[in-house]
Design a protein around this ligand. Structure first.
Ligand code: AMP
Ligand code: ZN
Length: 470
């Protein structure tokens, strides 16, 4: 089946065809590392992960860039408010670079816990300052920007069309705007490419326009051009990036190179919490560590994300996430049962499941449908190694680390069930462990049967015995 993606730019599903055969060049807007990334942010990075995996499953080689933003991201996407990093530095009474390193490392470690397939290039905005200056020079040279007392601004009236990505009606929006428009700007929606730093601004660089710093939108345009060239295949982000950040990236590219940088633009809808927006004031911007404290593993959160299509809103509740945790345990358990199974399954049956799975993932990454196929295979009554292998193949796309099922189940049972296991069963387990160490297989089997008769199933894995309630 063809690989199909929804393209925000054309507002339709399209057959995907890469610019260079067999190779995909893509860019994802990465985090601004001024605070802990929350589970909403991670929904966007789980989309990025699934996209990478689907492309690889379809045989593509990837060159994928993700940025880490440390400066220039103001509180409002439309050039207002304080720089988020500088604000965090003041709040925590630390150097902004220290803040950036701290939150970046936690972000990268959370990515690992979620088994997110990392982009080939992760680049920090502050390592691209010279290239950013060159980018602004190109836009100025082409007549798309002008200087004011505050910085260098992009002149949107020079474009053939603005906006192109969103349906935003600028006149209507202007009428409802609460902020006063900067009188030096030629058009109200002109935006800052480069910002002249006030005296007390910490992160600033020498530039042809004095001590100053780049705008957030400029960073992404520069890093994508530097590593991927003037045009590449896919650009990803969250839906909140559509009206301003990505719109302005497109404007900048048109100004510098005359082209829209990416052919396909993909956006992840929002994760809601208890049906509403996540916000600091409501105290519901949960982190991956906070989920772990409540017994929800990062991979269970990933599985939770697969319950909804990425273009639909997804409502996070702890009840739902705990359900995903149980489901993940069932999936691992089913895999191990298949792994130990001996049923013979025809190649045509395997192939029909494979095709159904491919049809789902290649249809704009329909993960709920793909999970439907995964569950069909997991729940098959005939237990077979072929099904276990098929689940491992599906896991190339899911990234749920099914290969480590036994290890995870052991960890979960240690975390969750220790108190629940009756003393009697614990003693039988110990006895059986000793019997096995003594290679007394007969006694080991008898003890296993006894444990089963008391309502527990037991599996012998490389990591030891895994106990679960029947
Ligand atoms: P930021 O660090 O604020 O630039 O956000 C990082 C990524 O998370 C961006 O792609 C945002 O669009 C995305 N994002 C932020 N909040 C949410 C949310 N509640 N649900 C899904 N994605 C989000
Ligand atoms: Zn970006």
């Amino acid at each position: 089946m063809d690989l199909v993606f929804y393209n925000t730019l054309t507002r339709q599903k399209e057959n995907f065809k890469s610019i260079d055969e067999g190779k995909v060049k893509m860019y994802s807007c990465g985090p601004t590392v001024y605070n802990y990334a929350h589970i909403g942010n991670f929904r966007a990075y789980i989309l990025m992960d699934t996209l990478r995996r689907v492309l690889k499953y379809n045989g593509y080689e990837l060159k994928h860039v993700m940025n880490i933003t440390e400066e220039g991201h103001l509180e409002s996407d439309a050039d207002e408010g304080e720089d988020k990093m500088e604000k965090a530095a003041k709040r925590e009474k630390k150097d902004p670079y220290e803040i950036a390193n701290y939150y970046m490392n936690i972000f990268l470690s959370d990515m690992e816990k979620l088994n997110i397939d990392k982009p080939e290039i992760i680049t920090r905005a502050t390592d691209n300052i010279d290239q950013m200056i060159d980018y602004v020079k190109d836009i100025l040279k082409n007549g798309y920007a002008y200087e004011t007392s505050k910085g260098i601004y992009f002149d949107i009236s020079k474009l053939d069309k603005y906006p192109v990505l969103s349906n935003r009606n600028l006149d209507e929006q202007m009428a409802g705007a609460r902020v006063e428009v900067d009188k030096e700007k030629r058009n109200p929606y002109d935006f800052a490419l480069w910002i002249k730093a006030p005296e007390n601004h910490i992160m600033k660089w020498q530039s042809p326009w004095g001590l100053s710093y780049p705008g957030w939108h400029l960073e992404c345009s520069t890093m994508s051009r530097r590593f991927l060239g003037e045009q590449f295949d896919i650009h990803t982000g969250g839906v909140d990036h559509i009206p301003t950040h990505h719109e302005n990236e497109i404007a900048q590219s048109k100004g510098a190179t005359g082209r829209i940088p990416a052919k396909t633009w993909m956006h992840c809808e929002f994760l809601l919490v208890d049906g509403g927006k996540m916000s600091k004031s409501l105290g519901n911007t949960y982190t991956i560590s906070q989920l772990e404290e409540k017994g929800i593993t990062p991979l269970a959160f990933k599985l939770f994300c697969f319950t909804s299509h990425y273009r639909n809103k997804l409502n996070f509740t702890f009840e739902g996430a705990l359900g995903a945790q149980k489901a993940l345990e069932r999936l691992y358990d089913s895999y191990l049962k298949h792994e130990n199974g001996t049923a013979e399954i025809s190649e045509s049956e395997i192939e029909s499941y494979r095709q159904k799975f491919i049809n789902a993932i290649n249809d704009d990454m329909n993960m709920p449908a793909a999970m439907g196929v995964v569950w069909e295979v997991a729940r098959k009554n005939e237990k077979s190694k072929e099904f276990a292998n098929l689940l491992l193949e599906f896991d190339k796309v899911l990234g749920l680390n099914i290969i480590n099922s036994a290890k995870y189940l052991k960890e979960f049972s240690k975390d969750n069930n220790e108190e629940e296991i009756p003393e009697e069963i614990k003693n039988l387990l110990e006895e059986r462990k000793t019997a096995r160490e003594e290679k007394n297989w007969k006694k080991s089997d008898e003890l296993r049967d006894l444990i089963i008769s008391k309502g527990y199933s037991i599996k012998d894995t490389k990591e030891g015995m895994v106990l679960s309630k029947i």
